[in-house]
Design a binder for this molecule. Structure first.
Ligand code: SAM
Length: 252
C-alpha cells in the first residue's frame, strides 16, 4: 500500500491550511448533499476542509504535509490513497471527495474504491468547458485550460460513475464573491489577489505551470488593473455576489 503513496502536496501544500480554508456556503452545500449519512469517508481530505462536524468521519490523505495541517480536533486520518482504500466493503454511508479526483493517479480505481467502501458518493469537481471561460483563464492564462485538459474532472467522473451503473446528479456550485477558500476560481471578483505569490501558491492549477509564463500573465494583469482596463472589461462582474465558474457537486 505504501508504494501507491505519492506526495505532490509535499510542496504544493506548504501553506494549505492558511490559504485554503473552508467556505461556509460551499460547506453547507456539501453537508446538504451528504444528507442523513451518519458515517463519511473523506478521501483526499487535505487539512480537513468540508468535513461535517456532526457525524462520524474518517479522513484519507496520502500527504504527510497535509495530514500535519489537520487541526487537533479534526476527524481521525489514515495515510492512504483513493486507489486502495483500507476499509471493508460498505464501511461508510457516504464517500466524500472534494477537489481531489483530478490528482488521483488512477481515477477508475479510485472511484471504484470510493463506491466499494461507501453507499453514496459526494464529489466536488469542475466542468472544464465552463472554467475555460473564466476571465483569468481566457484572457491571461490559457495554459491553465491546456494543463487541465489532461486532468480527470467532471466529464470523467460522470463517465466513470455512469459506466459503474450509477445515475450521477450534477449541480452547480457557484462561487461567492467573498469566497473564503482560496481555490483557483475563488477571487473572480477580487482580481488583485492573483498578483500575490502566496495566493497563487495555494492553487495547484497555477502552481504547477511554468512560472515564467505565470509571471508574464501576472504582469499583464497588474498593468490592466493599474490602467483600469480590467475594470472596464469586467464591470458586469462587480455587482455580482456569486458566479458559476464550472464547479460542480456530483452526487449518487
Ligand atoms: C486540492 S487538495 C483538496 C483537499 C481537501 N479535499 C480540500 O477541499 O481542501 C487535493 C488533495 O488530494 C490529495 N491527493 C492527491 N493524490 C491523491 C490520491 N491518489 N488519493 C487520495 N488523495 C490524493 C492531495 O494530497 C491533497 O490533499
Amino acid at each position: 500500500m505504501r508504494s501507491l503513496i505519492t506526495d505532490p502536496y509535499a510542496v504544493l501544500g506548504r501553506d494549505y491550511a492558511r490559504s485554503r480554508r473552508p467556505d461556509p456556503r460551499i460547506a453547507a452545500a456539501v453537508t446538504s448533499a451528504l444528507g442523513d449519512a451518519g458515517s463519511v469517508v473523506n478521501v483526499g481530505a487535505g487539512a480537513g476542509s468540508y468535513e461535517p462536524g456532526d457525524r462520524r468521519v474518517v479522513a484519507v490523505e496520502p500527504s504527510s504535509r497535509m495530514i500535519g495541517q489537520r487541526p487537533a480536533d479534526a476527524a481521525p486520518s489514515v495515510q492512504a490513497c483513493a486507489e486502495e482504500l483500507p476499509f471493508p466493503d460498505g464501511a461508510f454511508d457516504a464517500g466524500l471527495a472534494v477537489l481531489t479526483v483530478h490528482h488521483w493517479t488512477d481515477v477508475t480505481a479510485g472511484l471504484a474504491e470510493l463506491r466499494r467502501v461507501s453507499r453514496r458518493q459526494v464529489i466536488v469537481t469542475w466542468d472544464q468547458a465552463v472554467f475555460a471561460r473564466f476571465w483569468l483563464v481566457r484572457d491571461y492564462l490559457p495554459e491553465i485550460a491546456e494543463h487541465e485538459s489532461r486532468l480527470a474532472c467532471l466529464d470523467r467522473v460522470v463517465e466513470e460513475l455512469t459506466a459503474a451503473g450509477e445515475t450521477p446528479k450534477v449541480e452547480p456550485l457557484p462561487v461567492p464573491s467573498d469566497c473564503v477558500d482560496g481555490f483557483l476560481g475563488a477571487y473572480w471578483r477580487r482580481p488583485e489577489a492573483y498578483l500575490s505569490d502566496r495566493v497563487r501558491a495555494g492553487m495547484s492549477g497555477v502552481a504547477l505551470l511554468d512560472q515564467n509564463v505565470v509571471a508574464a500573465a501576472v504582469g499583464r494583469l497588474r498593468a490592466d488593473l493599474a490602467d483600469g482596463h480590467w475594470h472596464r472589461h469586467h464591470v458586469g462582474l462587480l455587482g455580482r455576489t456569486e458566479l458559476d465558474l464550472g464547479y460542480r457537486l456530483v452526487t449518487t
